[in-house]
Ligand binder design. Sequence first.
Ligand code: GLA
Length: 733
Amino acid sequence: MAIKINQERLIFTLHTKRTTYQMHVDRYGYLLHQYYGRRTGGDMHYLLTFQDRGFSGNPYEAESDRTYSMDFLPQEYPYLGNGDYRRVLLKVADEAGTIDCDLRYDSWRLEEGLYRIPGLPAVYADGTNKDTGADAQTLVITLRDDVLKLKVELYYGVLPKLDIITRAVRIENCGKSAFTLEKAQSACLDFVTGDYDAITFYGRHAMERNAQRQRVGHGTMTIGSTRGTSSHQYNPMMLLVDHMATEDYGHCYSMSFVYSGGFKGEIEKDQYNNIRMQLGLPDELLAYPLGAGDVFWTPQVVMSYSSKGMARLSQNIHLCARRHIARGKWRDRIRPVLLNSWEACYFNFNREKMLELAQGAKDLGVEMVVMDDGWFGARNDDYRGLGDWYVNEKKLGGSLGDLVNEINRMGLKFGIWVEPEMVNEDSDLYRAHPDWAMTIPGRHPVLGRNQLILDFSRKEVVDAIYDAISKVLDSANIEYVKWDFNRSIFNVYSNSGLSQGQVLYNYVLGLYDFLERLNTNYPDLLIEGCSGGGGRFDLGMIYYTPQIWCSDNTDAVDRVRIQYGTSFGYPISSIGAHVSAVPNEQTGRTVSLKTRGIVAMDGTFGYELDPKKLSDEEKEEIRAQIRDYRRFARLISHGRYYRLSNPLEDPIAAWEMFAEDASEALISVVCLEIHGNMTVNYVRLRGLKKDCFYKDEETGAVYPANALMQIGLPVPVEMGEYRSYRWHLVKVD
Ligand code: GLA
């Protein structure tokens, strides 16, 4: 059993294969956190210390005992009101505005399998992933505040094989008076000691998820997004690792948010050197009223722990995302190699151009052609047309069905771009329904890419856009959709009658409702998420869209850094990566086709260029690239991923895809620096089977695994910038 409960002493222990998580209800009914780390038995209560500390208040029931204080004890669900002055997960205001709360233990229950959250994505275990999902269980611990009549249920889901624990909170108003949630986060981890580094992922449009490692000092480190999406600016995942931790050494913890709206992540080192890491919704734009009988669910947080460094931590999250968050037909399948029209022609295409792109793609061995932005309404630039989801038949020289049939006849699949959450003021939709756009009455809205956000917190808006887009999907054999979102949310306001502090959360529920309908009604459709590249790259989206366009930056040298950061929390099967033309459209840099191919194969592979502009040699090279990709596709998307260097600091970028059965490994290296009389870089492999030998398929050279893992493979020294190398090593029996 994954979950063990000592009923007499109220100790709750969650076990996964290699980890243990423990909490305890103390004599005053507070739920204290005792331990999260390497798997062990026993009661870890001894780790908690009790001292009389000035200005740390004591519960009333403790009477003259001044050694007990919520100000320094590790907790499971900290809230404002019981004398804990650190960051908290919950802040509740009653009708008079009084901010207070006192939650005590009430009861527990166990459920087989993993809990689901109404309307929100969550890690699941069912008949489709029995192998990795075996013995999954849920523990629910109920806390109550008898004055506010507030019931809080803490949900813990355990995926034992993957070393994953999930958390979410259900909050219910069981009384008659309303109160308002001013902060409602999902999970925290309290540490009574430790010298830790925080690893977070900052960025911006076209330069997402730069890994930043910082020692945790006194004060609070905050990351987050109030943009209504998870955002380019910070990604909703955080790692807390031993100061000495490396890829294969040290204690490492992670938290990832299964949510695509805003978020807030905080890491605080307090006056007693305790550390608290927490993640959840941003409180800045939340004021969620709960009337009598109302219920609120926080989105889910996925946690993992590894005692052996960051590689294993990432691998746990990869497997969880790939098999227990992503769903549907495409979850376990190799995705088609596609060619996207965006960088090939932007808005400037017509029927002839699309057919020409398709013909060129077919000739290269590509499987699917995607018609990006510009096929609908008056959309010939990015100033107009969003919201008008009807085909521009003039531009396409006929119906979409005709065009797609012709492309299908060439033996190619067809995909299309949409941006359902948006509207331009210059559109028929806006002219008919100006109140569907989120703007604050009496004020000019903030524009982003000249567009406004549709109010997806209103069901009639979601319904109308869903109907329009499903008509397009029904009109042709469309096998792929790229779902975009090209600005941040601001001016949050709804005409729906919702209280304005609810709107952003309900907006995300509306988005998920739409995506859920799309998944249910079009089960064969492959959906790729996108938000100006990777502005909404999160585990919430992966539940609906198994792959996400990683960045609008397709420059291979920038991409190795972006993909490096992304790899900490997301599987390769979710990372959209394409080869584009040079000089690169975002950086002006010229990198060889070989290097661009190797980098794009660190994701779901495809092209973003006009085949007509390629030379015959380039075409030949691309055909070989696609053949290579097909050979390695399973290893790439289902293999175990190892980062072999840190491209933000090291002279090379290197990574490895390794077969679960240890039979083969694919090693890729991109040289980021070149100097005169260059010293040799060695790339040290990871995960290979000890004492075995691996053979380089291409040259026939045989290498001892032990030497490959201790000293490595020498990277050739050759003149020229951004050279790249790849080795496919196969275990010798
Ligand atoms: C976003 C996407 C691009 C492209 C454009 C179209 O920026 O990230 O890939 O689809 O929109 O407008």
